[in-house]
Design a binder for this molecule. Structure first.
Ligand code: PLP
Length: 396
């Protein structure tokens, strides 16, 4: 069965009692037992729930592994993975461009309990090899990264990680299983902010952690129940609905991202465009090798003042200024003051996260409308600049 058929058919039979094509939302906290300890596989909805079970089944199918656990947010999923494995003295290797919330949970929650965090360029295999020690528990990567969409060679990092008996975690939020299958490249654990493309409509916050190996998955599954950050049945149902169009949506997101990257690239007011599909993007060749599409995100650096960057981001017709990404409606974000504000300014500068960087999440709108909106923003900056020029300046 191929991807889009799986997304629509697996684990989602019509409801047996009534034939309802779409299974109802099992909005229940508990389950009647036949006799004490004899239930029908469900005892309490923090532990398990039929709607959540369906979602976990579909997520597992799409990433091609047997095990998935759904959480109430991407960060809750990350927390379960980190808590399941990290003990004082352990080390974690993360990329320079790691998602700000991952940086925060590691530095504010796990560093104080004795975990060492090594932040490196995971695109540089020599740097990865040098960073891994016998104390390394996880190499944790994102590819493409957030927000500069940098690429890491997942298969090569998996080899280096496994040679030192550490586990490779891949945050597959940006690529989605439509464009990238990390387990096939050697990942041990995959995490998702389901909030983004998987759910796809900017109407729910959810996460997931998946594993190929039952023994690797078991402590994560245990924490799903033991610490209890589970999604509601309704949220699971929303994601089940969203997943049915995941492949279609990703195709459209990518088409729009390509159109935008091409249109912005070379514009005088654009210092740099980050999109893995561009030939000069660092990691383009590796993206081509390990992905089946370049994803739906585009970032770029405006050649402008902070005021101009903020004005551009705040006044787009179709790109709402908002955190998050991956929904059908286009979003624009200023990482330095929004998603990555939890990284101190000095650290951001060291990591190469410029204050003039803008991140675009094109939705499923028409590509020409989105491109026009962005080019209009550039023209507005030029117009405002020429108005500010002293009289006679143009003649000199
Ligand atoms: C790459 C990545 N991973 C994880 C997360 C965290 O997910 P959530 O916001 O669902 O907790 C995000 C959120 O933006 C993200 O972009």
């Amino acid at each position: 069965m191929r991807f889009s058929t799986k997304a629509i058919h697996t684990g989602q039979p019509s409801e047996p009692e009534t034939g309802a094509l779409v299974a109802p939302i099992f909005q229940t906290s508990t389950y009647e037992q036949e006799s004490p300890g004899h239930d029908k596989g469900f005892s309490y909805s923090r532990t398990n729930n039929p709607t959540r079970q369906r979602l976990e089944g579909v997520l597992a199918e799409l990433e091609n592994v047997p095990h998935a656990a759904a959480f109430s947010s991407g960060i809750a999923a990350e927390n379960a993975v980190l808590q399941a494995y990290l003990r004082p003295g352990d080390e974690v290797v993360i990329p320079h461009d790691v998602y700000g919330g991952t940086y925060r949970i590691l530095n504010k929650v796990f560093l104080p309990i004795g975990i060492t965090i090594k932040q490196i360029d995971t695109g540089d295999l020599a740097a990865v090899e040098a960073a891994i020690t016998p104390k390394t528990r996880f190499v944790w990567i994102e590819s493409p990264t957030n927000p500069r969409l940098l690429i890491t060679d997942i298969a090569a990092v998996a080899k280096l990680t496994h040679a030192r008996k550490a586990l490779l975690v891949v945050d597959n939020t940006f690529a989605t299983p439509v464009f990238q299958q990390p387990f096939e490249l050697g990942a041990d654990i995959v995490v998702h902010s389901v909030t983004k493309y998987l759910a796809g409509h900017s109407d729910t916050v959810q996460g997931a952690a998946l594993a190929k190996d039952a023994a690797v998955f078991e402590p994560i599954k245990f924490l799903q129940n033991a610490t209890g950050a589970v999604p509601s049945p309704f949220d699971c149902w929303l994601t089940l609905r969203g997943l049915k169009t995941l492949e279609l949506r990703m195709q459209r997101h990518e088409e729009n991202a390509i159109a935008i990257a091409k249109a912005l690239n070379g514009q005088p007011l654009v210092r740099r465009v980050y999109f893995p599909g561009l030939l000069d993007h660092p990691g383009h060749e590796i993206a081509r090798k390990q992905m089946t599409g370049f994803g739906g995100m585009v970032s770029f650096e405006l050649d402008g003042t902070m005021d101009e960057v903020i004005a551009f981001a705040s006044s787009r017709r179709y790109f709402a200024l908002a955190e998050s990404l991956g929904g059908v409606k286009a979003l624009i974000c200023h990482p330095a003051t929004m998603t990555h504000a939890s990284i101190p300014a000095e650290a951001r500068a060291q990591l190469g996260l410029s204050d003039s960087l803008l991140r675009l999440s094109p939705g499923c709108e028409n590509a020409e409308d989105l491109v026009e909106d962005l080019l209009e923003g550039l023209t507005e900056i030029e117009r405002a600049r020429s108005k500010r020029k002293p009289v006679g300046a143009a003649a000199r």
